[in-house]
Design a protein around this ligand. Structure first.
Ligand SMILES: [Zn+2]
Length: 378
């Protein structure tokens, strides 16, 4: 009977944590085609009814599919249409499950960050891809630890196409840019918020100065001047900006190795980010949720340095290498696809994670607001 740790009603007093005594009562059954007979319960405090489905990743689902299969295919370079064809389900169903999995990944990642006990240098570099068309390149700054390749957070910026264009392309670009308004200063904003969150996660101490490793883009220095941690340094709170020449060989000895590594992995593993891909993101918000799944998979499921780091026969994950207890990292890895649904009200999300969760990233040229179901906002 006491299967549930809290009441799912976000306005209930027992939403954060339920009392130790019998706080719910059985309240009949209902039948579903997908899951059969299901017991319903009622909270004694707010009288809201719910069932085990309310806490499931398959909440409101009419056709259950194996979520680990969907994730496995997504992170192995299958396009959304290929996944839907191979599983014999609709594209819409796959998009729905990927949205759920993306939110689950963000929620679990926020819990893991709260339990992290490590300190490392931070690499930040903008991963370049495109949304909608090549006229709307995107830059995704990813904060990743320098020695354990653990992704902390990422943001998104849309910019105008640069470089050489034919006369026809220039004309097409000017038409497209007249039809939509792109955010001004998006690159600086996305870099700023990524650094600010990394600083929040591991503020500098006497023994651990905050070391930020980037390439030599001049805009980065201008942004860092806006951060008080960089501008007003004290002897006990040092912040270092280490700029790396972009022509250095991209080996493990390059201080920006982690950024180069994750860029290469995303480019290789996600169909939306292959070179000259036809499977590019048509919707920025949905693309960011899918990237969240990939990065959580990278942090909590993929082995860290599989060939040289083995412990007891089992390779560690990037999360464990970054200072997250091994048992917790393994539990999170499993909960990505099999665990209880994470509620937004139970997470401490960064500004970027919240934007991804609520699907508020803007797609160039799209005016309407993204749909998110009520339960996803609870
Ligand atoms: Zn309640």
């Amino acid at each position: 009977m006491y299967l549930f740790p809290f009441c799912p009603n976000p306005t209930c007093q027992w939403h954060k944590k339920a009392p130790d005594y019998a706080w719910l009562r059985p309240k009949g059954f209902y039948r579903t085609k997908a899951f059969g007979k299901i017991q319903r319960y009622q909270c004694k405090r707010c009288t809201m009814t719910f069932s085990r489905q309310t806490f499931s990743l398959a909440y409101y689902v009419k056709r259950p599919i194996v979520l680990s299969d969907v994730v496995g295919r997504l992170v192995s370079g299958e396009s959304l249409r290929a996944i839907s064809r191979n599983l014999g389900v609709s594209l819409r169903l796959i998009s729905n499950r990927l949205d759920r999995l993306g939110r689950q990944a963000l929620g679990l990642h926020s819990h893991a960050l709260a339990c992290r006990r490590g300190f490392d240098d931070i690499c930040i570099d903008g991963f370049v891809s495109f949304d909608e068309s090549q006229y709307f390149p995107s830059e995704i700054p990813i904060a990743i630890t320098a020695h354990s390749q653990f992704v902390l957070d990422f943001s998104h910026a849309t910019r105008k196409r640069s470089g050489t264009m034919t006369a026809h392309q220039k004309q097409r670009a000017s038409v497209l840019y007249r039809q939509c308004t792109l955010e001004r200063g998006a690159l600086s904003r996305s870099f700023y918020e990524t650094v600010a969150y990394a600083l929040e996660l591991q503020p500098p101490t006497l023994v651990h100065p905050f070391v930020l490793i980037t390439d030599e883009k001049p805009a980065y220095q201008q942004v860092l001047r806006q951060l008080s941690a960089f501008r007003l340094q004290t002897e006990t709170h040092r912040c270092v900006h280490w700029r790396i020449w972009s022509k250095l060989p991209r080996t493990v000895n390059n201080p920006l190795f982690s950024s180069n590594y994750i860029d290469r992995q995303i480019r290789k593993d996600l169909a939306a980010h292959h070179r000259e891909s036809m499977c590019f993101n048509r919707n920025v918000a949905a693309g960011m949720l899918r990237l969240s799944i990939y990065l959580a998979y990278h942090n909590y499921r993929k082995a860290f340095r599989i060939r040289c780091q083995k412990r007891g026969g089992e390779p560690r994950t990037h999360a464990e290498a970054a200072g997250i207890p091994g048992e917790l990292a393994a539990r999170i890895g499993r909960a990505l696809t099999e665990g209880r649904r994470i509620f937004m009200s139970h997470c401490t999300l960064s500004r970027m994670m919240r934007r991804t969760w609520e699907k508020t990233w803007k797609t160039p040229g799209k005016v309407s607001v993204e749909y998110i179901p009520d339960f996803a906002g609870a």
